[in-house]
Design a binder for this molecule. Structure first.
Ligand SMILES: Cc1cc2nc3c(=O)[nH]c(=O)nc-3n(C[C@H](O)[C@H](O)[C@H](O)COP(=O)(O)O)c2cc1C
Length: 410
């Protein structure tokens, strides 16, 4: 029979080895999890622009660019460049930041540019200037270019789309205070509906009634038709290899991609909630097909679940440059107004995207006709579709390049 003292060291050794193994696995998992960005806390340089904006007088024109870079843009492409002059800022599109076949005419790109122009103009008011915004005219440059796959290649030079002249004076807008608080919210929204009075106020932010209109889908039958078309459009996109490839190019799913690019979409902004966000970060990167299948599921089960109030910004001509930039200014203003009142918003752009794609490929405009007939839009053309509501979880800041990175030498 073995004495207790003989056994002791062996048990201890086994325990010790077990402990070491557990630590090694936990340490390895921790290292792996850290490498996948599980512990990233949305601080660091790619998020610094959200706290860099002071909006005080006397900080120079770069402060206006700090406001502009916090604007919304499709897939967070940040397709902007700014040229600073003594009394004006010229705003350029950066065609190398095109979404390719997801946005073949650059329509969404120019909505994003309009969003940046709006932030810039609002911040100018707070900082003691009266902004005079001059927008480019004509048709969208990429529309004129008869795009094919890869339109907006890196070789295409920046194009000036607007000039914001700055004169002394300035009236502060309460909307300017929401610039650094606004985030697209892709999570679930609660059952409480945004009251009709708020929808009317949002519509009243539209200063260009001749070329733009906000259509609200308040009745259940209208919302159902909107949801059916959005799901159908999502399916079409998820089966279009070229669209999903161009979309996928803007996903930043590793800490390294986040650090290097400071643009595009991360797991954190997808509104999945803390547990699911951690889980997806630990999994290997999904294929573009898998990613877009999941997007279809989330569109159905989260974005359109609970029958949210939806809306559409419609244009007389959705390929008119000025109207598209103004649609962007309106969209940004609506989000800022909503942010100040605790209302969440999320674009659901699939229908307008499929309409562009049909036109690019020379197909019959099936989606355009069906959507316009179903929602009785007449001659108005959808350019920005979205939902709004009271979010269950707060939206989170996305990646941003610094103002200094988007200033062009004049
Ligand atoms: C023209 C345009 C289209 C967009 N379409 C979608 C969309 O279909 N789905 C979505 O979740 N977000 C959409 N967005 C939101 C952007 O992805 C978002 O603005 C960007 O990632 C930056 O994040 P932020 O708005 O939280 O700052 C769109 C934004 C713009 C300007």
């Amino acid at each position: 029979m073995k004495r207790i003292t003989d056994m002791e060291p062996r048990i201890s050794r086994r325990r010790l080895l077990g402990g070491v193994a557990t630590l090694a696995v936990a340490g390895g998992m921790g290292w792996y999890a850290a490498g996948r960005g599980v512990f990233d806390d949305r601080r660091g340089a790619p998020f610094a622009p959200w706290t860099a904006l002071r909006g005080e007088r006397g900080r120079g024109l770069i402060e206006l660019v700090r406001a502009a870079v916090l604007a919304a843009s499709p897939h967070n492409t940040q397709p902007w460049l700014f040229e600073l002059h003594e009394d004006r800022i010229d705003v350029f599109s950066d065609p190398s930041r095109s979404l390719g076949d997801m946005d073949p005419f650059g329509r969404e790109m120019h909505i994003g540019l309009g969003c940046a122009i709006e932030n810039l103009a609002l911040a100018a008011g707070s900082m003691g200037w009266t902004p005079r915004v001059e927008l480019g005219a004509g048709r969208l440059p990429l529309f004129e270019a008869q795009p094919s796959r890869g339109a907006g290649s890196a070789a295409a030079p920046p194009i000036r789309v607007a000039t914001v002249r700055l004169e002394p004076g300035g009236a502060e807008s309460p909307l300017a205070r929401a610039i650094a608080e606004r985030h697209t919210n892709r999570g679930p929204y609660g059952a409480q509906r945004v009251p009709a009075a708020a929808l009317r106020e949002l519509s009243s932010l539209n200063e260009d009634r001749a070329s733009l209109e906000v259509v609200w889908l308040e009745r259940p039958d209208q919302r159902e038709l909107f949801a059916a078309h959005t799901l159908r459009a999502t399916e079409i996109i998820a089966r279009d290899a070229s669209m999903i490839e161009d979309s996928d190019a803007w996903f930043r799913l590793t800490p390294e991609a986040v650090r290097t690019h400071r643009d595009g979409l991360t797991y954190d902004v997808m509104g999945l909630g803390p547990l699911l966000t951690t889980a997806v970060k630990l999994l290997p990167r999904p294929s573009p097909e898998r990613m877009h299948d999941d997007w279809l599921r989330v569109t159905r089960d989260v974005h359109l679940a609970g029958d949210p109030i939806t809306g559409v910004i419609v244009a007389r001509d959705r390929y008119d440059l000025g109207a598209t930039l103004r649609a962007g200014r309106l969209w940004q203003r609506m989000q800022l107004w909503a942010t100040a009142r605790g209302i969440a918003m999320q674009p659901l752009s699939q229908v307008p995207e499929v309409i562009d794609r049909e036109r690019q490929l020379g197909r019959a405009p099936a989606m355009e006709r069906s959507f316009a007939d179903a929602l009785r839009l007449g001659d108005w053309q959808p350019t920005m579709a979205f939902r709004l509501g009271h979010a269950v979880r707060a939206g989170v800041p996305g990646l941003r390049r610094a103002a200094e990175d988007v200033i062009r030498a004049s």
